[in-house]
Design a protein around this ligand. Structure first.
Ligand code: F6P
Length: 195
């Protein structure tokens, strides 16, 4: 069976400041993760000639993939982070203070809540369909470097987790989730490369 490796990008400068969305570069810590990930992938997929690296179109995933050499890289817009619309670039605290109705509405129904001029989790789940079809079709390993909300949805698909749980699944930084799809079902391993 061939593995699918899921990981968030290395810590970004916006992660450090608590800002959502944006298209920022990695923090120093995030850069270190990118190197550790490259090491891991090169060892884990050494003899896998047909493996590929999939990222979003955002800098933080592309930069996380940069130290990985020897595998083709593919950018998918469908792997971009949930679009926070008018809240893009804000902290959760700023949203709570300046747009309390939006904050409360999201808290009440995080799955269905759609950011004004942005997306909901349900929107993200829907746009991931072509990615999932292509992942299922692949015979070789794939490393998916994406974002918190998107990876919650992808992971839930493979781990068969219920829809309503998706927005609340823990998806830590600097951790690789390896999914193996075999005849007896799905197996999962986690590698926490750093804090
Ligand atoms: O904070 C990082 C981040 O990827 C944001 O860009 C995004 O809006 C958020 O996580 C998604 O997580 P949640 O749905 O819990 O707000």
């Amino acid at each position: 069976p061939r593995p699918i490796l899921l990981t968030r990008h290395g810590e970004s400068r916006d992660n450090v400041r608590g800002r959502i969305g944006g298209d920022n570069v990695l923090s120093d810590k995030g850069e270190i993760y990118a190197k550790k990930l490259a090491n891991f992938v090169e060892k884990r997929l050494k003899s896998e000639r047909a493996a590929s690296i999939w990222t979003s179109t955002l800098q933080r995933t592309i930069l996380t993939a940069t130290p990985i050499v020897g595998f083709p890289k593919i950018q998918w817009r469908a792997l971009d982070e949930i679009n926070a619309g008018v809240c893009d670039g804000m902290t959760y605290e700023e949203i709570r203070k300046n747009m309390p109705e939006e904050y409360d509405a999201r808290k009440k129904d995080k799955l269905r809540y759609r950011y004004p001029r942005g997306e909901s989790y349900l929107d993200v789940i829907q746009r991931l369909e072509p990615v999932i079809i292509e992942l299922e079709r692949q015979r070789a390993p794939v490393v998916v470097i994406s974002h918190q909300a998107v990876l919650r949805a992808l992971y839930a698909y493979f781990a068969d987790r219920p829809l309503k749980e998706i927005p609340h699944i823990e998806m830590p930084l600097h951790t690789i989730i390896e999914i193996q799809m075999g005849v007896t079902g799905v197996q999962e391993k986690r590698y926490k490369l750093m804090d």
